[in-house]
Ligand binder design. Structure first.
Ligand code: SF4
Length: 340
């Protein structure tokens, strides 16, 4: 049954690909909800499945199993007009605006393209007018209406990508690493623009990124992904102050602190990220987890709400007098750390 608090609900979503060596489990049963007007950050290393998850949610990749519920209705069986309407309401902004925009089209053509395919969203308004409004919304000067992507800087190109997504007036937008390909100074401009648009027109975002500082800046809640699974999900303050999953702890310990003289320890994970092709049974993190033992090799722990609003997928994280944590008998075997 759908949860009324959520605009979008993802239930046990899986996306597998057949490859020569077997089956690649890119997304292996993820579940979460996104509230209306909220930004949910989805973070993890390259190859953890976060972009595939974003694409499967809006059906750019057809999911292998699971369900995506949008405004209380399952979307995975939509066809024809229903699917077209879903695509208008759920849009995506891609990582690299240079490769995601057709170099042969100018700004007007790029933004008007989706409007020509979905004329019904115009409701009598002219395409010219809707393009003008979208350009104003994202801060693109009207003089650039005839410019081609190669004539623009990275920030302006990404503004076209955002205008293209917003021209159809969606309710939900997947932002797939929208600032990773941009210079640092332009990253801040685009992040501020995305926050302003969310406030002004009530958008809901799934913000995918590998940079935790960027995700912290924009997200209300953060989900951490590892090898196709969500291993921890909670509000952004809790995840930075009290991460509980051993992978989240290692990930956060690697963030550089821009303060001269401030020392702390970085958790060093042993081994490599395992292959997602034909994964072994057991916890997805067992091969690198310093606390792995018995049950970890037998079954993947489900993502469970261990304290209100704080979900963790670990067999051992449990309630204690001072909140949830890994018990002392587990953490007695402490991970390798180096000072940074
Ligand atoms: Fe580590 Fe075991 Fe917890 Fe997985 S279930 S994170 S291997 S302690």
């Amino acid at each position: 049954m759908a949860n009324d608090n959520y605009l979008l609900e993802v239930k046990d979503l899986k996306k597998y690909f057949k490859v020569k060596a077997g089956t690649l489990h890119a997304v292996d049963g993820i579940s979460f909800g996104v509230k209306k007007g909220e930004t949910l950050g989805l973070v993890g290393e390259s190859g953890c499945g976060k972009s595939t998850a974003g694409r499967a949610i809006i059906r750019l990749h057809e999911p292998t199993a699971g369900d995506v519920i949008f405004e209380g209705k399952s979307t995975l069986h939509y066809k024809g007009q229903d699917k077209k309407r879903m695509r208008q309401e759920m849009q995506i902004v891609f990582q690299d605006p240079y490769s995601s925009l057709n170099p042969r089209l100018n700004t007007f053509q790029l933004i008007s393209d989706p409007l020509k395919v979905n004329k019904e969203v115009l409701g009598g308004e002219s395409i010219e007018n809707r393009v003008k409004t979208a350009m104003e919304l994202v801060g693109l000067e009207q003089r650039l209406v005839d410019s081609y992507p190669h004539e623009l800087d990275g920030g302006r190109r990404q503004r076209i990508g955002i205008a293209r997504a917003l021209a159809l007036q969606p309710k939900f937008v997947v932002l797939d690493e929208p600032v990773s390909a941009l210079d640092v100074s332009i990253q801040a401009q685009i992040l501020n623009l995305l926050q302003k648009l969310q406030k002004d027109i009530g958008l809901t975002y799934l913000f995918i990124a590998h940079n935790l500082s960027v995700v912290k800046h924009i997200s209300d809640r953060i989900a951490v992904m590892y090898l196709g699974h969500i291993v921890e999900l909670t509000d952004y303050k809790t995840i930075f102050a009290r991460p509980q999953h051993p992978y989240t702890q290692a990930l956060l310990s690697a963030i550089p602190i821009p303060k001269v003289g401030l020392k702390r320890e970085r958790i060093i994970l042993e081994g490599d990220v395992p292959s997602p092709v034909n994964p072994k049974p057991g916890c997805c993190f067992a091969g690198r987890c310093p606390y792995a033992q018995g049950p970890c090799l037998e079954s993947m722990p489900p993502l469970v709400e261990k304290e209100p609003g704080h979900f963790v997928a670990c067999h051992f994280v449990q309630e204690s007098a001072d909140g949830i944590k890994l018990p002392a008998e587990i953490t007695g075997k402490s991970p390798r750390k180096v000072a940074i």
